[in-house]
Design a protein around this ligand. Structure first.
Ligand SMILES: Cc1ncc(CO)c(N)n1
Length: 210
C-alpha cells in the first residue's frame, strides 16, 4: 500500500511548508494557522479513532484505538496549546480541514473496520515518517524553531503506535475479500493525499470564499 503512495510521499517532502518546518525557516503565521487547523482536525480524527475502537474485533485493538483517540486529544493537544494556546471550540475549520475530517468520519460511519483502519493509517504513518526524516536532518532540536513539533512525531512511542496501526491494517487486508482490499487501498490513498493537501492549505492559509 505504501509503495502505491510513494509519489504522494515524495510530494509531501517537497512541500514548501514541510521543508520550512524541517529547516526552521517557516514563518510563525503559517505555523500558527496550521496548528489551529490541526487542533480542529484532531478532534474529528479522535472521533474516528474512537469509532475504530468501537468496531475493533478484540481487546488489544479496542485498547489501541481508544488510547490513540485519547493521545490525539491529550498528547498532541498539549503540543498545540504550548505552541499556539487553547484553540476555541468555535474556531472554524478550513475547507481542506473540513474535507479531511468529514472524509474519515464518513468512512467511520458508512464503511467497515478494515476500511476505517486504512483511512486512519496515513495519519500515523505520514507523521512518523516526516518526523523521522526531519529529525535526521535537524541536528540539535533545542536550537530549532520547530524542535518541539519534530520531537513529538519523531518520538519512539509514536513510531511504536505507527507500527501497531500498520500491523492491524496488514492483518485486516490479509483476511479481507478483494472488494474490501480495493476499498482499503482507496481509503489509504485518499487519506495520504489529504495529508499533502493539509500542509499545502496551511502554506496558502486557505480560507472559505464566502
Ligand atoms: C493532519 C494531521 N495528520 C496526522 C496527524 C498525526 O496525528 C496530525 N497531527 N495532523
Amino acid at each position: 500500500m505504501w509503495a502505491a503512495t510513494a509519489r504522494t510521499r515524495d510530494a509531501i517532502d517537497a512541500l514548501p511548508f514541510v521543508r520550512g518546518l524541517g529547516d526552521g525557516s517557516l514563518d510563525r503565521d503559517r505555523f500558527a494557522y496550521y496548528m489551529t487547523q490541526d487542533a480542529l482536525y484532531l478532534r474529528g480524527f479522535a472521533r474516528a479513532l474512537a469509532s475504530a475502537a468501537a468496531k475493533a474485533p478484540n481487546g488489544e485493538e479496542i485498547a489501541f484505538f481508544a488510547k490513540a483517540a485519547h493521545d490525539a486529544i491529550v498528547v498532541e493537544g498539549a503540543l498545540h496549546e504550548d505552541q499556539v494556546g487553547r484553540v476555541a471550540d468555535e474556531a472554524e475549520p478550513s475547507p481542506t480541514c473540513n474535507a479531511y475530517t468529514s472524509y474519515v468520519l464518513s468512512v467511520a460511519h458508512t464503511q467497515g473496520y478494515p476500511e476505517l483502519v486504512a483511512a486512519v493509517l496515513p495519519c500515523f504513518w505520514v507523521y512518523a515518517d516526516v518526523g523521522e526524516r526531519l529529525m535526521a536532518k535537524a541536528g540539535e532540536l533545542a536550537d530549532h524553531a520547530y524542535g518541539e513539533w519534530i520531537a513529538t512525531y519523531a518520538d519512539e512511542e509514536f513510531a511504536q503506535a505507527t507500527e501497531q496501526a500498520k500491523a492491524i491494517a496488514d492483518r485486516q487486508a490479509a483476511a479481507a475479500d478483494p472488494g474490501t482490499v480495493a476499498r482499503m487501498r482507496e481509503a489509504f490513498h485518499r487519506a495520504t493525499t489529504y495529508e499533502w493537501m493539509f500542509w499545502d492549505a496551511a502554506w496558502r492559509r486557505e480560507a472559505w470564499a464566502h
